[in-house]
Design a binder for this molecule. Structure first.
Ligand code: SF4
Length: 296
């Protein structure tokens, strides 16, 4: 399926070719863009969806990529944003669909806000990232022979779905992508030396250990998570919308990490109480660490 260099697939009757690069800001999409530039491939637009909850280092990284792109190709990164943003969606978006309103009234859940993103209702990725990029790319496809380039590494090729994936075509792995970026002077201010992933700092799907590191290395962001946690609990209570993740509030995680730092045992009974009303979380019998999903 993937054969060497990327080539635009033309459709007759459109205005011209358009090469659209989706930039997540992470190592893979950054490496893809830098390699496309280095190989002299056409790049007409670079699109980045800002969730508003990116690490400060990520904003600086995007500025750096933008400066490089402008120097090399005379283009700027085009930033796409939801008009209201993450916290508005989490706490304030009014529910309008009749079935959703009826369900919330029945369950005694407030009619505004989506609460913490959950496995079943992962509202954030769609509203803050994929819909924005897809809408823009589809608009371009309507006007041009547009080709969309996505930065998925060779070792993640199972995630490919119908667009163009240069890193897969070039067999560039995640590790090679990161090394390549470092070699070009893009180091995210050391984010990848701390974290396994560098998307939203408030993501409930990240591993427990990433959260532990967030508390240690970005205490100001951890403080914001505690504020969001208090607001979610006040608004939604200990329901799936109000709980950061099954069986855990951010406050409880904070207590647990504090206890770990002081060499004290964390009282697990409190966690069970906080999770009352739902099934017990999947917990590793050896480490006591809840099962965690890697986020996008
Ligand atoms: S990183 Fe997490 S919080 Fe951010 S959009 Fe993706 S799933 Fe949602």
């Amino acid at each position: 399926m993937f054969q060497g260099e990327v080539q635009a697939v033309g459709k007759a009757g459109r205005r011209g070719d358009y090469h659209a690069v989706s930039l997540s800001g992470g190592k893979d999409s950054t490496a893809m863009l830098l390699m496309m530039i280095e190989r002299g491939m056409p790049v007409d637009g670079v699109f980045w969806a800002d969730t508003g909850m990116e690490f400060p280092e990520m904003y600086r990284h995007i500025e750096k990529v933008d400066a490089y792109l402008f120097r090399e190709r005379g283009l700027h990164v085009r930033t796409l944003r939801h008009p209201q943003g993450f916290e508005w969606l989490m706490f304030e978006e009014p529910k309008q669909k009749r079935s959703a309103v009826e369900r919330r009234i029945r369950d005694g859940v407030p009619l505004c806000g989506n609460g913490w993103p959950g496995i079943r209702v992962r509202w954030c990725t769609g509203q803050l990232k994929t819909h924005l990029i897809t809408k823009e790319v589809n608009r371009l496809k309507g006007e041009y022979n547009a080709v969309s380039y996505i930065g998925i590494a060779y070792d993640e090729m199972g995630r490919c779905k119908g667009e163009r994936y240069p890193l897969v075509e070039w067999r560039v792995t995640e590790e090679e992508a990161l090394r390549y970026c470092y070699g070009k002077g893009f180091d995210w201010g050391g984010l990848y030396e701390i974290y396994h992933r560098c998307s939203c700092w408030c993501c409930p799907f990240q591993r427990i250990d990433e959260l532990r590191k967030l508390r240690k290395h970005h205490p100001e962001l951890w403080g914001r998570m505690l504020e969001m946690d208090a607001r979610a609990l006040a608004q939604f209570g200990e329901t799936p919308l109000g709980m950061f993740r099954k069986g855990w509030t951010v406050g409880l995680l904070d207590e647990r990490f504090e206890a770990e730092e002081q060499g004290r045992k964390f009282c697990r009974r409190r966690k069970k109480e906080a999770g009352a009303g739902g099934p017990a979380p999947l917990v590793c019998a050896k480490t006591g660490v809840p099962d965690a999903d890697a986020a996008d």
